[in-house]
Every structure is written in C-alpha cells, then in structure tokens.
Write a protein that binds this ligand. Structure first.
Ligand code: PLP
Length: 378
C-alpha cells in the first residue's frame, strides 16, 4: 500500500501502540482513585501533559486534553464567545475552516450570533491578515482562523492577525485550529498571540480520539466544556483517557526525535512530489501550499473522485479534499473560484515520516496511467 493521506490520519508507530497496550492492560488505574495505582496514574497523566505542553510551547496548566480536534474547536468557540458575550455577538472566521469550526460557528448563528466568513484570495487560497482584520468590528467577540489549511496546505498569518487585533480591538479573543500545524510548522501559542489553540494526536502518529486545547491566560474562568467530576481542572470532566493520552505523549516524543534527525524530510518529499507531478499532462498545482506535508493538485478535466477511486483500487491512498460531497468540490476548493473543470479535478496528497520518494513515483505512475486510460470530463 502507498499511503499519501497523512493529513486525514496517520499510522500509529508500534512504540505508541505498545505504550497504550501497557496502560490499558497493566497500568489501568483511574487517576481519581486513591490507592497507589490510581495515584501513580494521576502523576503519569501530568507527566504526559508536560510532554505535549512542552512540544506545543505552553505551560502544563494551559493545556487541556480533549477527545479530538473537533472537540477542541467547538470548545474554543463556545468558551471564547462566552467570555466575550458582553463585548458583542459577532464572530470572524474564514470560509476555508475545517467543518469543526464552521459548524460550531453555524451553531452560534442559530443562537443569535452573527458570523463573518472571510473568503480567501481566488486561486491561491491565501488569506491576508488585513482581510481578517477588516472584518473585525467593535462587537467582535472572537476571531477563529486556522493555522494550516487541511486541503491546500496554506499557512495563515495568525501572528499578524493577533498583532492587528491587539491594536484594533484588544478584547477580541483569537482561536486558531492548529490541527494541521502542530509539529509541522514551527509555532507556540505565544509566538502566534493566540488565546486558544487546538491540536489533535492522530495527525502526528498518535491514536484517534485524543486532542488538546491550549487556553491562554487572557481567558479568565473558561467556560467548562463538560461539568462533572472535576477532571482537567474542572473544565472537562470525564475519566481521563489514559491510554490515549499516553499514546499522544509517546507520538509527540517520537515525532520530535524524527524531526531532530530529519528536519527537512517532509519538505523534501513535498518538493519532489511537486516537481514530479507537475510534469504530468494536464496537472496544475493548486493553492499556495507552504505547509511541508500537504500538496494539492488538479489533473484538469479528470474528476477527482474517479482518480481517488482508481488509485485506491491499486492500493494508493490519496484524497479528493476532505469533503468532496457527491461529486461537488469541497467548500475549500469552491472558495478558490477555479474554473469548473479544474475545481472538479482537485486531489490532495499528504505526507508523513514514513513517506518515501518511491511512494511518490508509484503515485505519479498511477496518475499518468489514469490520465492515459480514463475519460476526462465532458
Ligand atoms: N481541524 C482540521 C484543520 C483538521 O484537518 C481536522 C481533521 O481532519 C480537524 C480539525 C478535526 O480533528 P479530529 O479529527 O481530531 O476531530
């Protein structure tokens, strides 16, 4: 199998699974229990939290485990709006966010909030800090802008947005969905100037079902996501997912070790793929694509879903954008305002530590075959 869909999810290395297995079967204590196995687990959860917090570049007290990136996004949006409900009932986000953010914003709209969806620049997918800041008003409670776009690989100017907000509307809180940015592009919550940062384990070799939300000091008395037994400093109750948390921390450690040894691996693979695929007939590069692990292309005229199905049947896993619904381009691709033929042909390749140039060669050969043997769109 050739797996080129690391932005969708990643394989869990053996060492991560082994760590999780030991926690599930031998060190299974509940961190709230008062006997040694529980007390030990409580300490251990804090040690794992410290590993993830250090990799993110924040204090352990600022990092809350969640069940996934989607949960972190939903929590950040509701908590940001709650804290600033007296500032106003306006949210600024972008039209290219993951549905975890978009649907949370739509839910706020149902509760009477107004949301401005900033459109990206046509074709490139870029979003400037000015475009976001222009949408900010005195009653803007929250700005939510992703760090790395999951379909295009565009990196958005969060630091500039934060600086602009501080000058224009210092009370407005800033959330960034960094699910595709964590351990891919260098940043810390402080360097971004964000009040909320969402991350998720399964994009970096951790298990599915665990993520984290950074909540910064400006968020006084954050609104609890799950009231209950008081876990996660009383903000997100529910018995800690110890095995998942263990796997998250182990994945972070492994990824750090990999990055230390191979700091440019992803960029090298992306650049190799970009060059190789650009040589194929009718292939066009899509989006600005600064993130090291995501490459978006179109084989103009050849429907993306057919490509994904054809390559999939040969064991080559790529994606047609995260949300290619019933043959229609995803909301991200649609926002680029590409010609119809191009928009219907966009595919995404995404890479991880395991990806080799041989994987790219195999994919390029399969794409060339697809081009030569399948019918283009009418
Ligand atoms: N945000 C972005 C940018 C993503 O790419 C994803 C997952 O694809 C999510 C949020 C949701 O993360 P999770 O799958 O952990 O809920």
């Amino acid at each position: 199998m050739v797996y080129l869909d690391h932005a969708a999810t990643t394989p869990v290395p053996r060492a991560v699974a082994d760590e999780m297995y030991a926690v599930l079967t031998e060190r299974f204590g509940n961190p709230s229990s008062q006997y040694p196995m529980g007390l030990e687990m409580k300490k251990q959860v804090e040690a794992w939290r410290a590993i993830v917090a250090k990799a993110l570049g924040c204090q352990t007290g600022e990092l809350y485990f969640t069940s996934c990136g989607t949960e972190g996004d939903a929590w950040a949006i509701t908590a940001g709006c709650w804290q600033n409900r007296r500032v106003g009932k306006h949210i600024v986000t972008t039209a290219v966010e993951h549905s975890a953010v978009l649907e949370s914003c739509r839910w706020m709209e149902k509760q009477g909030w107004e949301v401005t969806y900033v459109a990206p620049e046509p074709a490139t997918g870029r979003i400037s800090a000015e475009a976001v800041l222009d949408a900010v008003r005195p009653d803007t409670a929250l700005v939510s802008c992703m760090l790395v776009n999951n379909e295009l690989g565009c990196v958005y100017p969060i630091t500039e947005i934060a600086k602009g907000l501080a000058a224009k509307n210092p009370q407005t809180l800033l959330h960034t969905d960094a699910v595709q940015g964590f351990m891919k592009v260098p940043f810390t919550p402080k360097s971004l100037g964000a009040d909320f940062v969402t991350i998720s384990a399964h994009k970096i070799g951790g298990p599915k079902g665990i993520g984290a939300l950074y909540i910064g000091q400006r968020v006084r008395n954050p609104r609890p996501l799950l009231p209950g037994g008081g876990q996660e400093s009383g903000l997100r109750s529910g018995t800690e997912a110890t095995a998942q948390i263990a796997g998250f921390a182990k994945a972070v450690e492994l990824r750090q070790a990999f990055l230390k040894e191979h700091p440019h691996h992803l960029e090298e693979i992306r650049d190799y793929a970009r060059e190789k695929l650009a040589q194929l007939p009718d292939v066009q590069l899509i989006g600005q694509g600064d993130a090291p692990h995501i490459l978006s292309i179109a084989m103009v005229g050849w429907p993306s879903q057919n490509i994904v199905n054809d390559l999939g049947s040969q064991g080559i896993c790529i994606s047609a954008g995260s949300a290619c619904h019933k043959g229609k381009p995803s909301h991200v691709v649609a926002s680029l305002k590409l010609p119809k033929k191009t928009a219907g042909s966009v595919i995404r390749l995404s890479f991880g530590p395991e990806t080799t140039t041989a994987d790219i060669d195999a994919c390029a050969a399969a794409l060339a075959r697809h081009h030569d043997t399948r019918m283009p769109m009418l």
